[in-house]
Design a protein around this ligand. Structure first.
Ligand code: G6P
Ligand code: MG
Length: 217
């Protein structure tokens, strides 16, 4: 058996928080006087909060002061946290618990590698916080995905070489970060979008025992 470890992205892999980010960003856009669609929201997946605001303001062709940006970032996050605070373990995506159980049974360690500064709270809310050996989130990195920093810190915390780490990601920037880190990457989403990943599944139920055995043997 090969010694491997897993590093999971959070949003879109463990839970679907994109819908809550969408509600909060859309509200902000509406307040600023423009529409914000689900397609626009796709552009924010895997992107840091500050960068997301920049993209949103670009979409609306709105220019605001640095001070206003800070105010809106706080406002958006407050609304988002309102949704997060209501999350329960029912929001864990199908296939995730089975995968974590398999990893525990096979003594394969795993970390979280997320751009979200709210990652620890979200994991708490859905009851998964204590299962991760290490958590690397938006507070720990200075360079956002597609920079590999978040995953390299994760590998270090797991005491694993990069080439023995398997990253699970749903965002293009995340897949790029994993490949830049020289890790195996499993993309969750569409093949056409995440083609750079080594494997792509529609959702987390793609981690069948057969596939997992192929990874570790
Ligand atoms: C994840 C999500 C992004 C989000 C980012 C920052 O990467 O996919 O949509 O903008 O985290 O999240 P935060 O909770 O810190 O605002
Ligand atoms: Mg994601």
């Amino acid at each position: 058996m090969k010694k491997i470890a897993f590093i999971f992205d959070l949003d879109g892999v463990i839970v679907d928080t994109a819908k809550y980010h969408f509600l909060a960003w859309r509200n902000l856009a509406n307040q600023l006087g423009f529409e914000f669609t689900e397609e626009h929201n796709e552009l924010l997946k895997g992107v840091s909060r500050v960068k997301s605001l920049e993209i949103l303001l670009n979409i609306g062709k709105v220019e605001i002061s640095e001070e206003e940006k800070q105010k809106y970032l706080i406002k958006k996050n407050e609304e988002y946290l309102g949704y997060v605070n209501k999350m329960t373990d029912e929001e864990i995506l199908p296939g995730v618990k089975g995968l974590l159980d398999f990893l525990d049974e096979n003594k394969i360690t795993y970390a979280l590698g997320s751009a979200s500064k709210n990652a620890p709270l979200i994991l708490e809310k859905v009851g998964l916080y204590n299962r991760f050996t290490a958590i690397v989130d938006g507070n720990d990195v200075s360079k956002a995905k597609p920079d590999p920093e978040v995953f390299l810190i994760g590998a270090k915390k797991l005491e694993m070489n990069a080439e023995n780490c398997v990253v699970v990601e749903d965002a293009i920037a995340g897949v790029e970060a994993a490949k830049a880190a020289n890790m195996t990457c499993v993309g969750i989403g569409e093949q056409e979008v995440l083609g750079q990943a080594d494997f792509v599944f529609n959702d987390m139920t793609g981690f069948t025992p057969d596939f997992l055995n192929q990874l570790i043997n």
